[in-house]
Design a protein around this ligand. Structure first.
Ligand SMILES: [Zn+2]
Length: 384
């Protein structure tokens, strides 16, 4: 095994699914980075069982570049793996294992590039920003991204190493997801007007969501996204106890996807429209019981990635990767969270975009090598 495959095998072996602690992996990464003089900062979650890790190489001044990756992976249960997902194996130039593509291959590339990066005469810093809980809706990276944005060493660019096969992705949709919980008043269904039917109220809110969905088709379009407009839908609902009891509870899960180029906080504006509609229903509910009502709970927010406004940065990354055109990525990443802190972000990573969350997930070892060379060349921009 070469250096990077060895590093990646070690990372995969941590079995770092989002539900577990990532601290053993962070301890190990710090140990690998320490001989190169990287400064480590941790941003723990409220339980203290997980953290984001920011490693900084070179002088702590503004500018420089940030390499961003998440430490967590999705579980493998119920998937048809042909061997142990947590034991990396190499076949036909591919390294197979959970997270190889999404996106621990990139973490391994960062560590493999480290000796060469540390040997440069850096005048600007190189940051590794490794987050937790990306796979549950990019919830773990926020503290670290906000800190670096306000730190006085704001980088000129964040590279998010999600799988693009080393193409440059400069846009993707954002997301806002969560639950709506309707509290009704139960009773015999022969007397519907005496009670509050949570299922019927939820249906009204969902009808409003359908109207929002129609309006979104007339909203901002981003031609390279599929579909080019924003979307909203409900895919999960549960409520009611029995056919002849007025339903006391109903809850449904909503998800919206906001197209790049939408005005800032468009997702929050849509949520506000949903809430405003709910407020029109609540007075009638509360006349029957003050306990009745409608609540919205946001589970996760992933801002869209809007194309970088500085064409020179995009040009530079296309040249460094030897590619011609930027792509639009289908899934969300942490990139938009960095751009919200005023840090331009692009998605460039070694994995194959068909591989994330699949059984027998793999990464081409040649892609890992290309990624290391890219990180090294990008590091040169921190020496001038
Ligand atoms: Zn990922």
């Amino acid at each position: 095994m070469t250096d990077v495959t060895d590093l990646l095998a070690r990372i995969i072996a941590f079995r770092n699914i989002s539900a577990g602690s990532n601290l053993p992996m962070l301890d190990w990464i710090e140990e690998v980075a320490r001989p190169y003089g990287m400064t480590a900062r941790r941003f723990p979650d409220p339980t203290g069982q997980k953290a984001s890790l920011l490693l900084t190489l070179g002088p702590e001044v503004p500018g420089g570049v940030l390499f961003s990756g998440h430490t967590d992976v999705v579980p493998c249960e119920g998937q048809a793996w042909s061997a142990d997902p947590w034991t990396a194996r190499v076949e036909n130039g591919r390294l197979i294992g959970r997270g190889s593509s999404d996106m621990q291959g990139f973490l391994a590339c960062c560590l493999a590039a480290l000796p060469a990066l540390a040997a440069k005469k850096l005048t600007r810093p190189i940051h590794f920003a490794f987050s937790y809980d990306e796979e549950v809706g990019c919830t773990g990276v926020w503290d670290m991204a906000k800190w670096i944005g306000a730190s006085g060493m704001k980088p000129r660019l964040a590279v998010i190493g999600e799988p693009t096969e080393m193409h440059v992705a400069n846009a993707h949709k954002g997301g806002l997801i969560g639950w709506c919980k309707v509290k009704g008043v139960p009773g015999h269904s022969s007397q519907p007007d005496k009670y509050v039917n949570a299922v019927m109220i939820a249906a009204e809110v969902i009808a409003e969501i359908n109207r929002i969905r129609d309006d979104m088709r007339d909203g901002p379009h981003y031609a390279a996204a599929t579909p080019p407009w924003s979307t909203i839908q409900v895919n999960q609902i549960r409520g009611g106890l029995h056919g002849n009891i007025v339903a006391e509870d109903c809850e449904f899960f909503w998800e919206m996807r906001i197209t790049p180029g939408s005005p800032p906080d468009s997702d929050l504006a849509v949520l506000e429209r949903m809430k405003a509609f709910a407020r029109t229903l609540e007075p009638a509910m509360k006349r029957i019981s003050p306990e009745a009502g409608i609540e919205f709970i946001v589970q996760a927010r992933i801002p869209p990635l809007n194309p970088v406004s500085d064409p020179a940065i995009l040009r530079e990354m296309l040249d460094l990767t030897g590619t011609q055109q930027p792509l639009t990525k289908s899934g969300g990443t942490e990139a938009g969270i960095f751009t919200l802190q005023g840090i331009p972000a692009l998605v460039i990573g070694p994995g194959d975009n068909s591989q994330p969350h699949q059984p027998d997930e793999y990464v081409e070892i040649a892609m890992l090598e290309r990624c290391i060379a890219f990180l090294d060349r990008l590091g040169d921009s921190c020496t001038a």
